[in-house]
Ligand binder design. Sequence first.
Ligand code: GLU
Length: 511
Amino acid sequence: MSVRVRFAPSPTGPLHMGGVRTALYNYLFAKKHGGQFLLRIEDTDQGRYVPGAEEYIKESLEWCGLVPDESPWSGGPDDPYRQSERKALYKAYADELIAKDKAYYAFDTPEELDAMRGRLQAAGVAAPAYNAVTREHMKNSLTLSADEVKERLARGDQFVVRLKVPRHEEVRFEDLIRGWVVVHSSNIDDKVLFKSDGMPTYHLANIVDDHLMRITHVIRGEEWLPSAPLHVLIYEAFGWERPAFAHLPLILRPDGNGKLSKRDGDRLGFPVFSLDWTDPVSGEKSSGYREKGYFPDAFINMLALLGWNPGGDVEIMDRKQMIAHFDLARVHKGGARFDPEKTKWFNQQYLRMRPDAELGAQLQSKLKQREIVASEERATAAVALLKERATFVDDMLEGAYLFVEGSPLKGNDAAIEELRKRWKPEAAPALEAYITALGALTEGKAPAFEVAFNRVLSDTGLKVGQVMPLYRLFVAGRMQGPGMFDVSALLGREEVIVRLNAGLDLCRSWA
Ligand code: GLU
């Protein structure tokens, strides 16, 4: 039997990183076992549908490189993969359960349901439920005569179909991560499976589709664990073989106190979504890992280890290694604490592994967006210089002064203000002598610039602190950054001479 797993998101908003991790584990498990990874859109609850959410899910998974083998977008042998388009097929399954006496029609109005709850609460029942005991006092096809049921259906009365949960039964299944889960059926209520508007509920549609799509393993978040015993009962009611279950641990806040939410991200300054998202109703914006400058591989590597321990000290893993080592038995039960600093660390590691030329091209296009012209060659050389101190490609933009063609003082108000404070006409002769010395250089490496600079200082009797800041502002356009001799070697002496002259001209015009 070949492994078939699915990721089954509901398009109710942007994909939380927990959702991406669920998709990732399904993907890794499928690839590891040479199986298929399916994606099914669970949109039976039209009231919660959010426009744009499905497109967002698709784009997120593509960005992460988690492209399903079968999905609404690519199609597959079990078309369609969107539950709203499968609507017509669920009714027959609800009917089948009714015919088997595993489900029944219930006609109770909202008022009658409220009254039932009120009565039970008054009698001291903490969590009143529609179940094997209370169903006997309600209006359903178990208490009404067959004729009345027929009449009500013919009349078009509103109804729901409820699962007939057995009264005394132990429901048990072995979760691949949690071990045996045992629940007494008296703790499970007669869940609604189908409604008279023709729509199935999540529970029925989910099980029918997992069955029809021949899903072998259901790998999903811990929040679905409480529903699993009910799902086991539905499989039993149909007489179908059920898939194996694996419920993944929650992703916790950095302090370990509770489930990670969007609010935690906003408060602590990190994204909880893969991509930027604007809520179509409220207009509220949320940031995503992609737009923050994370590499998808770094994001995925971080997520893989959020709940899974591959053993040993291995942290950096490429896709192939993750697939080779993935094992549900090594996924822990306990919540996995999210660490925003570690997430940055992953990005830094991936940045360092990228070839300079690739980062150089990215940097060049980012500069272009800011109307800074730099050759690809120079951008790549700058990457080599700035990469070690960067976590994101954007961090290297800070050093953009290096790549501009011409004087970095042009339009650079911050540098000019700094220069006004530091400019002393006494320093001019040293800079002029340095320009002359550079003209005579026979070699373009950093030490050659250093030797020339030191000679000028000793010849003129000026101190480093009197000349270096001017050199820095003239040539680099800012006070911070890598060493000036490295910068100069990178720019080449002609460019350095042009910049020094432009700086001197500017300062002299103030006198
Ligand atoms: N549609 C459910 C969700 O949004 C799927 C749960 C499951 O995987 O069974 O998470």
